[in-house]
Design a protein around this ligand. Structure first.
Ligand SMILES: C[S@@+](CC[C@H](N)C(=O)[O-])C[C@H]1O[C@@H](n2cnc3c(N)ncnc32)[C@H](O)[C@@H]1O
Ligand SMILES: [Zn+2]
Length: 317
C-alpha cells in the first residue's frame, strides 16, 4: 500500500470495491495502465492506495487481518489443485454449479436496473470454478463483473493465469471489500462458510450459493485412508440461518470418475485427507493403478432476509 493525495480517481458507476482501511470507495486511479489497459492502482479519497500486482490482482488484505504470514492454501496445495482440476476430473461439479446458477443469474440480469451483475466467488482458490462460470455467463450474454477472492496470495496469483476478465483479489471472505448493497450474488465452493457480513453486501433478494461435499464425496479414497470412514458431509443451512439467510433450495449431484495413478498425488495434496494420512497409507494409495471415485456435492442456495421479512414487532397489550 502506498499513500497518495495527488492522483486523480476515475469514477465509475460500476466500481463497487472499497478501501480495506477506511471502507471508502476505491476507484481506479488515472495514470499508467498495464498491457491489458487496466489501471495500475486503485485509491480512496483518504489517500490509501493499492498497486496492481504484476500478475493482475489487487492485494486488499491488510497485515493486521492476517493470522499468519501466508494465510490460506500454500503453493503446493494450489499447484496440486490446479493440475488436478485441469485434468477435468471435477468438470461435473463445474457443470452442476453453472447449471444451477445461470438461469437464476439470467433472470436477475433481465430484471436488474443496471443489467450488469456483480458476482463474488469467495474462497475461489486457483479459480477453476470462477473461470468456468465466467465462460458460461459470457456464452449466455449475461453482462457481469466477476470477482474471485481468496485469502491465499499463491492461489490468487495462480488464478490470474485463468482469465484477465475476472477481477482477482486477495482478501478475506469474512471481510469482502465491497460497498454495502452492491453484490448480485455470492458463490463459495469447498470453502468454510464465512457469511457473517455477507447479508449487508448483497442487493435485495440476491442469491448466495454454497457448494459443499455431500455424504459420498471421495468415499473410495476415504476408505483407503481411514479405518472408520465418517461422513464428509456438512450442511451449511443452520450456520446460514444464524447469519440472517433463508434457504431457497438445495440439490445433490453425484458422479463417478476414474482418477489415473498419475493424478493421485495431486488429489492427496489438495484435500485435507492428504494431510491426515499416515505414511504407510499414502504409499498404499500411491501404489494403486488408479481409483474409481465418487464425487458428490450439495449446492445450497440462500437468500438474505429482506427488511420486509422481519417478524412484525409484538403488539403492546
Ligand atoms: C478447498 S479450497 C477451495 C478453492 C476453490 N473454491 C475450489 O473449489 O477449487 C479452500 C480455499 O479457501 C481459501 N480460504 C481459506 N480461508 C479463507 C478466508 N478467510 N477468506 C478467503 N479464502 C479463504 C483457501 O486459501 C483455499 O483457496
Ligand atoms: Zn482508505
Amino acid at each position: 500500500m502506498t499513500s497518495t493525495d495527488t492522483e486523480q480517481t476515475i469514477p465509475q458507476a460500476n466500481d463497487i470495491l472499497i478501501c480495506p482501511v477506511c471502507q471508502q470507495p476505491l476507484p481506479e486511479l488515472a495514470g499508467a495502465t498495464d498491457k491489458h489497459g487496466s489501471a495500475r492502482s486503485r485509491g480512496c479519497a483518504n489517500g490509501h492506495s493499492f498497486d496492481r500486482a504484476r500478475q493482475g490482482y489487487f492485494n486488499l488484505l491488510l497485515v493486521n487481518q492476517k493470522r499468519s504470514l501466508n494465510p490460506g492454501d500454500n503453493i503446493e496445495m494450489v499447484r496440486a489443485r490446479q493440475q488436478f482440476l485441469n485434468g477435468g476430473y471435477y468438470q461435473a461439479i463445474a457443470d452442476a454449479i453453472n447449471t444451477a446458477l445461470i438461469p437464476v443469474l439470467a433472470d436477475r440480469a433481465n430484471t436488474s436496473a443496471s443489467q450488469t451483475l456483480h458476482i463474488a466467488d469467495s474462497g475461489c482458490g486457483e479459480g477453476y470454478y470462477t473461470a468456468s462460470l465466467a465462460q458460461q455467463l459470457t456464452a449466455n450474454h449475461i453482462h457481469h463483473h466477476l470477482y474471485g477472492i481468496d485469502i491465499s496470495r499463491d492461489a490468487v496469483r495462480t488464478a490470474c493465469q485463468r482469465s484477465k476478465q475476472i477481477d482477482w483479489l486477495v482478501a478475506s471472505g469474512s471481510r469482502l471489500p465491497f460497498q454495502p448493497g452492491s453484490l448480485d450474488a455470492i458463490l463459495s465452493v469447498f470453502t468454510p462458510t464465512m457469511a457473517d457480513r455477507w447479508a449487508e453486501l448483497l442487493k435485495p433478494e440476491a442469491p448466495v450459493w454454497l457448494v459443499t461435499p455431500a455424504q459420498q464425496h471421495l468415499q473410495e479414497l476415504r476408505q483407503h485412508i481411514y479405518t472408520d470412514v465418517r461422513s464428509d458431509s456438512y450442511d451449511p443451512t443452520d450456520d446460514m440461518i444464524k447469519q440472517g439467510f433463508e434457504r431457497v433450495g438445495s440439490s445433490e449431484h453425484s458422479s463417478q470418475v476414474f482418477i489415473p495413478a498419475a493424478a493421485l498425488p495431486d488429489l492427496l495434496t489438495m484435500t485435507p485427507h492428504g494431510w491426515r494420512i499416515t505414511a504407510e497409507k499414502r504409499q498404499q494409495v500411491l501404489a494403486l493403478n488408479g481409483l474409481e471415485l465418487t464425487i458428490s456435492v450439495r449446492i445450497s442456495q440462500f437468500s438474505a432476509h429482506s427488511s420486509n421479512d422481519q417478524p412484525a414487532p409484538a403488539e403492546n397489550i
